[in-house]
Design a protein around this ligand. Sequence first.
Ligand SMILES: Cc1ncc(COP(=O)(O)O)c(C=O)c1O
Length: 274
Amino acid sequence: MLVEEPCYLAALQTFALAGARVIGVPYVDDELDLDALEQLAAEHRPRFFYSVPTFQNPTGRTHDVAARSGIADIARRRGFRIVEDEPYRELRYSGDPLPSLAEYAPEHVISLGSFSKVIAPGLRIGWVRATPDIRPSITIAKQAADLHTSTVDQAAAAHYLASGRSDSALARIREAYAARRDAMLDALPDALPPGSAWNRPDGGMFVWARLPEGFDAAESLSGALSNDVAYVPGLSFYSGTPDPRTLRLSFTTYAPARITAGLSRLGASWGTGR
Ligand SMILES: Cc1ncc(COP(=O)(O)O)c(C=O)c1O
């Protein structure tokens, strides 16, 4: 299994549970290293490449059109399937929507979607789009995992979707999250130590930051927590050697004023827990 490095933690845990051998494909700055993908695919002959192409968890990164077509091209030539996990696709606050990986290589892509980020995570309802040849295997694997998805929850989701309220709810969510993202981006220059770097995602829930030389995000967390603010140290998101200076900041839970206040407390915490 090839994965992006860093990668969504629960996916890494799922692959480990399934006994998969997992190999990370690095980024160069904010772009996936396509040469490395090609080379790792040639060397390890993976069955799958797992990707969160849009507003990735944990980094908020998005593969642009050139990267998408490059990934699809490598999958076709090297004969592996792509699992494209798209829970954040609808949470776009700026920029134009991009084609899914499935549009570039329909025979090679399994697409995953979820209502968790757009209706409610407690529904536990998502969807899979796959080629007919592997649908029976997916059905059997899902039956082995949970027998079936709650019909009551499916009926609730169907009722909600049929009500026509989802578009306006999504518009409200996007507007609120965009303001929260902007509040975070505005406050970050004073909240992170000088010399830190971070990205400016067009959507999703996360900003990915890297502290300057000499800092360790896991060690610094206790100082942040004692100031009543939290982030996720980046190291749990790596399949290989972690970068201890990285951290994930989530901006969706609180209103802008609380984000600003929280980041001001974060700014006061560096050095206190180390
Ligand atoms: C990339 C990614 N995939 C899947 C999920 C979980 O989705 P679900 O609630 O549908 O299991 C998350 C949520 O954190 C995620 O970030």
